[in-house]
Design a protein around this ligand. Structure first.
Ligand code: ADP
Ligand code: TRP
Length: 322
């Protein structure tokens, strides 16, 4: 089974990215042939500063390796090191109905966030489809917000097979894997954690900044002595991601009992966050000092990915008459 996912290097990775995408993807590297890449072509839709892009790519690479992506198990590479994917994008563009792209939420959402409406931004799902299809992916683990893009990919692949396959499935139809339990990690203000809402907790926030952020988590104004409702508390929601079921239960009981303020629960959350990410933090510090290793991993990954991509593209070119 071929598993594939990508992440845009568009800023520091946060807890939403980690629990929504990285952690499940890293776990999946034991279940099949995993291909994970840094979607730098996609990031050109929003990042126009070359040094920022380069910095982010390296940062994301280090974060992934620190969090347990194992280059012995998974093929890890930069999207742009396999330029074949842009050729496939063009070929797929020519059979993608405008209406399919016009229905995509993410284009409208991104414009609403202030990203300039370029052709690249509009055509973005076709590049994503090419990413998925060029590696013959069976399974694509992503967060909820990417579900529609996988549906678009399936549509495009089906259309391609119908038009050019002569009864053969030239392109593999992928299945999404949406992690529902943490599909929406809340941010400090309770909205979905997202860099566009400025409500994130970065994965490798320094300790002081982390403390400040945790203390900023929105709560209601129930007085210290009163019972509190754990079910709609963002503190509890985040705690659930890093604490054991027993620890979560204890916190829920303490919420309902009353007598302790939100500040206390925030401290418990802070401790757990630090404990949970401590080993990854140490690994990250090590990798920071080892640029050559990180670059080596990406180059190696690109070589393997490219071999697969070239085969698919050859098949596709032949099928369409190029
Ligand atoms: P952002 O919203 O900060 O711009 P991205 O859109 O770049 O994050 O998301 C990258 C990946 O992380 C996607 O697979 C997305 O589904 C996942 N993700 C982002 N934020 C969250 C969140 N709050 N909860 C769960 N998954 C998330
Ligand atoms: N669009 C995805 C995001 O913003 C990143 C991405 C690009 C991706 N190509 C992909 C994810 C292919 C999965 C498969 O999060």
């Amino acid at each position: 089974m071929r598993i594939l996912s990508g992440i845009q290097p568009s800023g520091r990775l946060h807890l939403g990215n980690y629990f929504g995408m990285m952690e499940p993807a890293i776990r999946l590297q034991d279940e099949g042939e995993a291909y994970y890449f840094i979607a730098d072509y996609h990031s050109l839709t929003s990042i126009h500063d070359p040094s920022e892009l380069r910095y982010n790519v390296r940062d994301v690479a280090i974060d992934f390796l620190a969090c347990g992506l194992d280059p012995q198990k998974a093929v890890f590479f930069r999207q742009s090191d396999v330029p074949e994917v842009t050729e496939l994008t063009w070929i797929l563009s020519c059979l993608t109905p405008m209406g399919l792209l016009e229905r995509c939420h993410s284009y409208k959402d991104k414009i609403a966030q202030g990203i300039s409406p370029s052709h690249g931004l509009f055509a973005y799902p076709v590049l994503m489809a090419a990413d998925i299809l060029i590696y013959n992916s069976d399974l694509v683990p992503v967060g909820k917000d990417q579900k529609q893009h996988i549906e678009v990919t399936r549509d495009i692949a089906q259309k391609f097979n119908d038009r050019y396959g002569e009864g053969e499935a030239l392109l593999t139809i992928p299945e999404p894997r949406i992690r529902e339990d943490s599909a929406a990690v809340p941010g400090l203000d309770g909205r979905k954690m997202s860099k566009s809402y400025d409500n994130t907790i970065a994965l490798f926030e320094d300790e002081k900044a982390l403390k400040k952020k945790v203390m900023r988590i929105t709560t209601d104004s129930t007085p210290v002595e009163d019972p509190k409702n754990p079910d709609d508390s963002y503190i509890v929601m985040l705690y659930k991601l890093v604490a054991t079921p027993n620890e979560v239960e204890e916190m829920e009981i303490a919420f309902r009992r009353g007598g302790q303020g939100y500040g206390h629960f925030k401290k418990l959350l802070l401790e757990k966050l630090l404990e949970y990410f401590a080993p990854m933090r140490a690994k990250r510090a090590e990798l920071e000092q080892n640029n050559a290793y990180v670059e080596d991993v990406l180059q190696n990954g690109a070589e393997q990915a490219r071999a697969v991509a070239q085969k698919t593209l050859l098949r596709v070119r032949k099928a369409v008459g190029l």
